[in-house]
Ligand binder design. Structure first.
Ligand code: HSE
Length: 403
């Protein structure tokens, strides 16, 4: 028999409303007691008595056993989730930044207070990747996890590449459709993808990594040159987070734009869709596809977590207590494409091998192998000089010379 849930929901934005739309179509053993909102003057589509601006109305109500946190302020979300878990309430959250930044403490709080925090909606919207990493791949050796984890940047890249829209118009559309974060640099700069990768890696490898230690280079310096280059070669540019087990002791992670070939699953993942590619030792390659942003897709993942709480489901973080003691490392080399103006950047990156160089007027690029550490050290230089970096690492050296 499922437990009756009495729910307090923080946030009635895109995801909160999407969740509500879905819940009212279901006959689940649950009751939404209150929505906690920030702006009392905003016109709402539901009865006024369902709303409050006082978070303690929910957090201090002993009748409410479940908190759903769907706000876009990571610091406020942290305080809410911490207090709820500490006071014996189970929590569903979609705040990827907050979860990635406090994961270690949030796991400890769950253990200490016997409460459960579920966050499927925080990673790749409607794609059930966390539950699969946690349960299905429990005994699998995962060689790598990569994909498209950010709907807004993928929407922009798709519109620019497929329809010739300019970058700013595509970004504005992503914002109007409710996909983008409040500060879109989080999307286009690869931060949002990185937070999601960090959460996925905790479940895939049992490694908890600090966000500041992981490289993220985004698509904000995309120029018509890259688009022309990609079109000529029949490849697409996607923003791709990667986690790779290097050996039985080390996991590497980074977020970079990537040249994606037609033969790859991610090639056809367009607009706000996300995709996750899992390379497993026994299952081999598997691909998850679905909408990564938007009220209903994310709301469906949140509802799945809420439904799981009726049976007191908890993540066990099985791999964090596994026999393997994997460590995060940035000690790897990557093949990259670098479009640049400033020759000093090429010098500073200190390429270990160069496969191809091109100069024509304003368009200069180099394809070669660099240490990830050097990319991290030159991150500011890359941003300031408006250079564009793309991962070209899965192409063989021979293909690299000819793409
Ligand atoms: N801004 C995020 C995205 C929302 O575009 O993917 C979903 O997490």
């Amino acid at each position: 028999m499922s437990k009756k849930l009495k729910i307090g929901i923080f946030g009635f934005g895109v995801v909160g409303q999407g969740l509500h739309d879905i819940i009212i179509t279901k006959n689940l053993n649950l009751e939404i007691v209150k929505f906690v909102i920030k702006d009392p003057n905003k016109k709402r589509t539901l009865a006024a008595e369902l709303f409050t601006t006082d978070k303690d109305v929910v957090l201090d109500d002993p009748e409410i056993n479940t908190v759903v946190e769907l706000i876009n302020d990571a610091d406020a979300a942290y305080q809410i989730v911490k207090k709820a878990l500490t006071s014996g309430k189970n929590v569903v959250s979609a705040s990827k930044k907050m979860i990635a930044e406090h994961l270690e403490e949030l796991i400890a709080l769950q253990k200490e207070h016997g409460t459960s925090l579920l966050y499927e909606g925080s990673v790749c919207g409607s794609i059930p990747i966390i539950r699969n990493l946690e349960e299905y791949y429990d005994n699998e050796l995962l060689h790598s996890i990569s994909g498209i984890f950010n709907g807004s940047s993928n929407y922009i890249l798709s519109k620019v590449y497929n329809e010739g829209l300019d970058y700013d118009t595509a970004l504005k559309q992503a914002q109007d459709l409710g996909f983008a974060e409040t500060d879109p640099i989080s999307d286009v700069g690869g931060y949002d993808s990185k937070y999601k990768l960090i959460i996925a890696v905790a479940h895939a490898y049992g490694v908890i990594v600090k966000a500041e230690d992981v490289l993220n280079i985004g698509i904000q310096n995309l120029s018509p040159y890259e688009l022309q280059y990609a079109k000529e070669k029949g490849i697409k540019i996607k923003l791709v987070p990667v986690a790779k087990e290097l050996d039985d002791k080390h996991v590497a992670m980074f977020v970079l734009p990537k040249f994606v070939k037609q033969s790859e699953f991610l090639y056809n993942v367009d607009n706000e869709y996300n995709g996750v590619v899992v390379q497993a030792a026994f299952a081999d390659q598997q691909f998850f596809f679905g909408k990564g942003a938007g009220g209903h897709p994310t709301g469906s993942a949140v509802l799945s977590d809420i439904a799981a709480l009726r049976y007191d489901y908890q993540y066990e973080y099985k791999k964090t207590s596994g026999v393997k003691d994997l460590k995060f490392t940035n000690d790897i080399e990557l093949a990259i494409y670098l479009r640049y103006d400033d020759e000093a950047l090429v010098e500073a990156l200190s390429f270990d091998a160069i496969y191809e160089r091109y100069y024509s007027g304003d368009f200069k690029y180099v394809i070669g192998k660099v240490k990830l550490q050097n990319l991290i050290a030159q991150q500011q230089h890359i941003a300031n000089s408006k250079a564009f970096v793309a991962f070209a690492g899965e192409l063989s050296d021979v293909q690299l010379a000819t793409i």
